[in-house]
Write a protein that binds this ligand. Sequence first.
Ligand code: BTN
Length: 262
Amino acid sequence: MTAVAEALREGLRNRGLAWAAEIEHRGQLVSTNDRLKDRARDGAPEWTVVLADEQTGGRGRQGRTWFSPPGGLYLSLLLRPRFEAFGLIPLTAGVALVEALREHGVAAELKWPNDALAGGRKVAGILAEASSSAGRLDWVVLGIGVNLQVVEGLPQGVREAATSISTLTGAQVEPVVAATAVLAHLSLWYDALRVDPASVVRAWSERALAWWGRPVELQSGGQTVRGIAEGIDASGALVLIGEDGGRTAVLSGDVTAVRLES
Ligand code: BTN
């Protein structure tokens, strides 16, 4: 085990969490999600963690690239849920992520489905990937990326849309410290999801208040849907109210705020 993996295990132990599963730490990986998906297929147990100092092929939602230079947090967690509400795992991770960021002095908000924004810019993101066979969910790999430091050399579009903990607070947070906070909050909120999924939906909604009642545009499956963002439903779908007053629940997509046309 590397010193980083040992420090993460120790940090979790200090918070009362005996992490039984393996914590795999690598200097460089193509993608921690890809590595953990391979491990999941080989039968790795729930709560196995993979983290890397940098990724050469970090992936974001909707096929996007997640720039992953040294200094950021790149972490994936394996879950094997055996309960109905597993569809809320990405939102559960969003709530945990916002609480972990708060420990580092960042007041982040959530943007559906699960971006963490601070000052309107993205500070962290979540990529959940799942596999099922014979109608049964086998595993979920939850990938989390947090921008810890000012990142040089980002492409223009990304630089304008992104921020980092050091930009926001001036503090240099070590990846292992950020990983400890993320995993500790995730563990707590995963328990909440198991026993009371509605509490996760409520917690998520409260951390995305800026969006409710706002006109938004949503790109989903090659289609554009417009409406007023009303909230999320019990399954985590975003509910939009259209011009005709009808409600549409959307399960995936990218949301942007738009101005009301006069
Ligand atoms: C997004 O907001 O688009 C999701 C970004 C998720 C990035 C993380 S970094 C660790 C894990 N490995 C990956 O390749 N992606 C996720």
